[in-house]
Every structure is written in C-alpha cells, then in structure tokens.
Design a protein around this ligand. Sequence first.
Ligand SMILES: *[C@@H]1O[C@H](CO)[C@@H](O)[C@H](O)[C@H]1NC(C)=O
Ligand SMILES: [Zn+2]
Length: 259
Amino acid sequence: MALFLIIASLFFLWIISLCKIFLLPRAPFTKHFTLNGRALRKRNVLLVIAHPDDESMFFTPTINFLTARGHNVQILCLSNGDADGKGNVRKQELFQACASLKVPMQQVKVVNHPDLQDGFGKVWNHSLLAKMIEEEIISHCIDMIITFDNYGVSGHCNHRDVHYGVCSKLLHDTSRRDIEVWELVSNNILRKYSGPIDIWLSMFWTMLPSSVTMQCLVNEHSRRSLIAMAQHKSQWVWFRKLFVILSSYTYMNTLRKIK
Ligand SMILES: *[C@@H]1O[C@H](CO)[C@@H](O)[C@H](O)[C@H]1NC(C)=O
Ligand SMILES: [Zn+2]
C-alpha cells in the first residue's frame, strides 16, 4: 500500500511538472539572453560537443530555445564517435538529428582528427581543441559559445576535455575576448534522472540572487527531442530510450555564464 502511494505520488508529480514545463516557455524567464535590450539582436551561437548524440541527449532544450527565436546555431562536434567503428554512420545520424532540431546540415561540422578519437581514457589535446574552435569562431562570426561544464553531465573524459579546451585554453589564449561563453550545468544523479520533476529545483536555484549568471531554459518541443534522439539509430537501444525519457536534460537545461 505504501509503495503504491509512493508510485502514485511520483506519477502525479511527474504530470504536474510536465504541465509546468509546457506552460513555462510563455513566462518571461530568460533574464540573460535578453539582457541589455539585446533581445532583438540575432546571435551567432556555437554549440561545442564531443560526440554525435550529445546534442540530442543533453542540449535539446537549449537548441530549441535558440532556433525558435531565430538565432543562428552552429554545431561543432569534435569527434565522429568512432569508438565502435561506426564513425561514418554516426556522422550521418548527427546530420539527421540536427535537421529535426531545425539546424540544417550546412551548420553542423564533424571533426575526425587522429588525436581526437571517441573513447574513455583517450586524452584530447586542449590546444588542438582550442585551435579548431577558434577556426569555427572566425568562419561563422561566432559571438556566443555553449558547451559542457567541467564534469560534462556524464563525467565522460571527452566532454570534460571539450570544456577545458574552451575554458582554459581558448579563453586564455585567444585575442578575441568579446565572446560570451555558457556552460551546461551538471546535476547530481538524483536530479539527472528525475525527468521533468527537476523543474522545481532548477527554477529554485536559478531564481536565487546568488545565481545571477545562471539561466534555466525549458524545452519548448520535448517531442522534437525524442525524434532527434531516434535519428541516432545505431545508438537507439533500450537504455538510451529510457535515458531520454527519465533524463532532466530532455526537459530543461541550466546554463551558467562563465564569461
Ligand atoms: C597539441 O596540439 C598543439 C596544436 O595543434 C600542438 O602544437 C602540440 O604539439 C600538441 N601537443 C601534444 C602533446 O600533442
Ligand atoms: Zn558524449
């Protein structure tokens, strides 16, 4: 009986939270991207990820937010995810996933460099990462970068190296200091798998006065995120399906401004 009550209340909370997420996008909840009267300015945003599918598993609320407002989104994927020898297939899957997120293939670049190969324990050269990101910044007049934080959501070393490539290399070495940089905040495992329910905590944290540099973006098209993930056919196995449904990153992203 007690177990039934717990399950019933969790289910109820899940539904209430989903409703909150569907209603929230219309609320004025975007303090930073619209700050200083720059709301009307279209940004050239570069999303830097490590593997094909990072965009669909972790960043869809952010991508949907930006494309819905007409910002130009470029995606730089620093490996083709060749850990199982499926690099070419995964690259095509990434293009399809991005297309369903309204980012056409011409705005997606996949790097396949011998020193940047997908895998646990493969250390990526931060200077090389910074160099490649810098090239993208120049060729697309990028004025905002979004990437992983220093834990990289799942703790994957490639995600973390991408963060360091941007934050400790690029930001220190580059002469271009006019770029805004945001990182995706990694949550503890309980919050990570609480699906839409995490909206209450995310809202609470980003509304604290000490969180002036944080912003919670809710997913305005959760269904689109599922469709995007399903384009990664070689990865679309039961535990990833479960991940996408249970993951709070499907429903919202908390971003922290680091520059
Ligand atoms: C890292 O990459 C930079 C730039 O491409 C290169 O100059 C440097 O030798 C590389 N370092 C290592 C340890 O491979
Ligand atoms: Zn990844």
